[in-house]
Design a protein around this ligand. Structure first.
Ligand code: PEP
Length: 253
């Protein structure tokens, strides 16, 4: 029998937003998100670290969850500028994104570093949203499925379970480019990721699997119809409440 998984629409605000913008966006999502009335749908917003506290307060009392965009692998210590998973949990976060391709590219994050971060998230009681995805050169040379299987195997800690882990498939060439993967490409990648999850994680059939890469209101519905797509990790379109909520509204009810 096919697993029934809750859907998740996650907004990654990246390095965007000062307090006024962040507050206004969070308040709109907290107010309007619950009116969508789509059963078994979770909404998550991941603001920059500077806004986490403000956003947690703004969405308090609503079902909207808040997450960090990254965490350090250690719980505390001499790591100037970094933020630990317990710090995010202490602020009221329930999730944290790890291994986003922008962090892999900008900060040289390897699979083993991502795995350590995900383990730290789990130890702090957070759900780790583990991002994987191939580059355009890797896709063009037919390496996509090997690359994402390798990234997933390398980035999943022993502690991963259906309750504490979400996987986001984000082809690097589709992020922020306005170019999204075709439904066939997404379907093939998600089916392969599901196979790896079934092999490596107890209850791997229940781990939620998101697609990310230029998800917009006008393409969300077709992406959400692909088997094994349990929602989206949304960058640019998560900065406008109308667009983010329109994407959430495209989740089949
Ligand atoms: C992302 O940053 O995770 C992302 C998917 O961005 P965008 O939606 O802008 O492509």
């Amino acid at each position: 029998m096919a697993e029934k998984r809750r859907r998740l629409i996650a907004g990654n605000w990246k390095m965007n937003g000062l307090r006024d913008d962040g507050l206004s966006l969070a308040v709109q999502i907290a107010r309007r998100g619950p009116t969508l009335k789509i059963p078994a749908l979770d909404l998550l917003i991941c603001p920059p670290a500077t806004l986490v506290s403000l956003v947690v307060q703004a969405v308090a009392g609503s079902p909207i969850a808040v997450g960090g965009q990254d965490c350090h692998a250690n719980a505390s210590g001499a790591h100037t500028g970094d933020i630990s998973a317990p710090m995010l949990a202490d602020l009221g976060c329930r999730y944290v994104i790890v291994g986003h391709s922008e962090r892999r590219a900008d900060h040289g994050e390897t699979d083993s570093r991502v795995r350590a971060k995900a383990a730290a998230a789990h130890a702090a009681g957070l759900v780790a949203v583990i991002c994987i995805g191939e580059s355009l050169a890797q896709r063009d040379t037919g390496q996509t499925l090997d690359v994402i299987a390798g990234q997933l195997a390398g980035s999943l800690p022993q502690s991963a379970s259906q309750a504490n882990t979400v996987v986001a498939y984000e082809p690097v060439w589709a992020i922020g480019s306005g170019r999204n993967a075709t439904v066939e490409q997404v379907g093939e990648a998600h089916a392969a990721i599901r196979r790896t999850l079934l092999e490596r994680v107890a209850g791997g059939g229940a781990v939620r699997l998101l697609y990310g890469g230029s998800v917009k209101p006008n393409n969300a519905k077709q992406l959400f119809a692909v088997p094994d797509v349990d929602g989206a990790l949304v960058g640019g379109a998560s900065l406008k409440a109308d667009d983010f909520l329109a994407i959430a509204a495209a989740v089949p009810s």
